[in-house]
Ligand binder design. Structure first.
Ligand code: NOJ
Length: 566
């Protein structure tokens, strides 16, 4: 029965999952070349198991020249040489499965690397059989229609002399867009997906999937969309057909988890992808809160005025409504594409411990599958590089070069990147207080955050009050309480700029989540009729005793209660 309450409480393993995202390049290096690898992950399987997570989302590990750190794939059926071999991958998968952990791979659908054999062939002549694997604009048709690129200010078309044509790249110039209109492209992609599923992979995160179909008439872009890649460049006329075909050909034949990276879609569109009757994908994650705290006209820059808790609550509440009866969402606070969770939503100086725990409480008690980003469980912070030379991400470097070439303000850009750069979350995992935080015995590909003496997994392990221990506790709580997965969600304290309070309810179970998103003490008034039963978790050591129906909350205090209604 689609579109009704039935699906929202229907049991599925991927709804019950607690996902942990591994950015393999920065997780653990096993051979001292400075780059994290598959054997590094294998050496940390027990750590992952002890955390209690049960699904890994692994960022791309396929062969790649790494212009965009693995999102430029040159061979989908092979492992990037720095990361290891297919055998290592199989061993990793087996080790995870033995520990009851599933693995979802990152599928880069919209583009390949320009070093992929398909593109090498495609650009070699206009009559090559792979010519139509990509989008070409013959020079005799004149200048190609204006299109932006996410990573290059000069636009999305690049001239190719050999064939006197331009190819399209919505992302980096080394990431030509695949032509999904071509059935041969789709068949190749489906076969590749089966290749990994037959190896035992448990699902996919679909990278930038809304871009695979575009309006190939390339109409002029109306003024209001000039900078809006997502709604104008993506979601072309063939999108739903391709996803349906992908599901029929591949996904429906396996018991897997699929989650789409859905930048730019509205919550009204969400069910068109995830509704049970649609037969497309199971879940998706939106980007609305990724832009919270940023300058709306230029996402490279932060904007403190766009940082209201009421807005954040609206975003999560709106997205919960989207999936209230059908479909399913993902809950995350950061990924490898944004700064560190604690540096964005918490206080990474005076309340690092408390606010990290609060954010974990939020992630694990909200409705939707929770995604934890590596290192957040030990409270890793933004690195805030001072020099452009320390950055490795083309997103930062290209924009810096653009500013340098056009006389822009470089200093304010570097300051802005301390908050918004993707490299903030890509620095090596801090394992211990030894050299390079125990990440590598070599020269790390990107600098290790100098705070590693203080912030690292080994130290966290020995401190009973650490974020790590709390993370384990709240993950275990999530897994033990169906209400936290299947319960409905209701926001209370809508207008407060410091309190995020909500209830979850499933059958007879009722849970109240109280989060004080502030550096100050705060008072929460227990709603009329609520009888607090049991304190399930609290990030402060003292048990809460309400006085006159009020709870005094400490800075960044997070408490979850079982409650009843009078
Ligand atoms: C989204 C990925 O998360 C990001 O890291 C990448 O740069 C783009 N897609 C392009 O593949």
């Amino acid at each position: 029965m689609p579109g009704n309450k039935y699906f929202s409480t229907q049991k599925k393993w991927w709804k019950e999952a607690v996902v942990y995202q591994i950015y393999p390049r920065s997780f653990k290096d096993s051979n001292d070349d400075g780059i994290g690898d598959l054997r590094g992950i294998i050496s940390r399987l027990d750590y992952l198991q002890n955390l209690g997570i049960n699904v890994i989302w692994l960022n791309p590990v396929f062969s790649s020249p790494n212009d965009d750190m693995g999102y430029d794939v040159s061979d989908y059926r092979n492992i990037m040489k720095e990361m290891g071999t297919i055998n290592d991958f199989e061993e990793l998968l087996e080790g995870l499965h033995q520990r009851g952990i599933k693995l979802i791979a990152d599928l880069v659908l919209n583009h390949t690397s320009d070093e992929h054999e398909w593109f090498v062939q495609s650009k070699s002549s206009r009559t090559n059989p792979y010519r139509n694997f990509y989008h070409w604009w013959p020079a005799e048709k004149g200048t190609p229609p204006k299109r932006f690129s996410v990573f290059h200010e000069e636009g999305a078309w690049i001239y190719n002399e050999t064939t006197d044509s331009y190819f399209l790249h919505y992302f980096s110039r080394k990431q030509p867009d695949l032509n999904w209109e071509n059935p041969l492209v789709r068949k190749e992609m489906y076969d590749m997906m089966k290749f990994w599923l037959d190896k035992g992979v448990d699902g996919f995160r679909l990278d930038a999937f809304t871009f695979i179909s575009k309006d190939l008439s390339f109409p002029p872009i109306p003024e209001k969309y000039q900078n809006d890649y997502f709604s104008y460049y993506a979601s072309g006329p063939g999108l739903h057909d391709y996803i349906k075909e992908m599901t029929a050909e591949v996904f429906s034949r396996y018991d897997i988890m699929t989650v789409g990276e859905a930048s730019g879609i509205t919550h009204e569109q969400a069910l068109l992808f995830t509704g049970t009757d649609r037969k497309e994908i199971q879940s998706l994650y939106h980007f609305d809160h990724a832009n919270w705290g940023r300058n709306k006209n230029n996402l490279y820059y932060p904007d403190a005025t766009n940082r209201k808790l009421t807005d954040l609550k609206k975003i999560f509440t709106k997205w919960n409504t989207a999936f209230e009866n059908d479909g399913w969402g993902a809950v995350y606070l950061t990924t490898h594409d944004q700064g560190r969770m604690i540096s964005r939503f918490g206080n990474d100086t005076s309340y690092r411990n408390e606010s990290s725990k609060l954010l974990f409480t939020f992630l694990l008690s909200m409705r939707g599958t929770p995604y934890i980003y590596q290192g957040d469980e030990i409270g890793m912070c933004n690195i805030r590089f001072e020099k452009i030379g320390d950055y490795r991400d083309l997103h930062t470097i290209n924009y810096y070069n653009h500013l340098a070439a056009t006389g822009g303000d470089l200093k304010s850009f570097i300051d802005a990147q301390k908050e918004t750069a993707r490299d903030n979350s890509r620095t090596p995992f801090q394992w211990n207080p030894d050299t390079n935080a125990g990440f590598t015995g070599g020269n790390p590909w990107i600098k290790v955050n100098p705070d590693y003496n203080r912030i690292n997994a080994e130290t966290a392990e020995t401190d009973p009050d650490s974020i790590l221990h709390f993370a384990r506790k709240i993950i275990a709580l999530r897994k033990s309480l169906p209400v936290l997965v299947y319960g409905d969600y209701k926001l209370i304290e809508e207008d407060s700029e410091t309190l995020f309070v909500f209830t979850r309810q499933f059958e007879n179970e009722k849970v109240l989540v109280i989060l004080n998103f502030s550096d100050h003490r705060n008072t929460f008034t227990i709603p009329a009729g609520f009888i607090l039963m049991k304190e399930l978790i609290n990030n402060y050591p003292v048990k809460t005793v309400p006085v006159n129906n009020q709870i005094i909350l400490q800075p960044w205090q997070a408490i979850v209660f079982k409650y009843n209604i009078q």
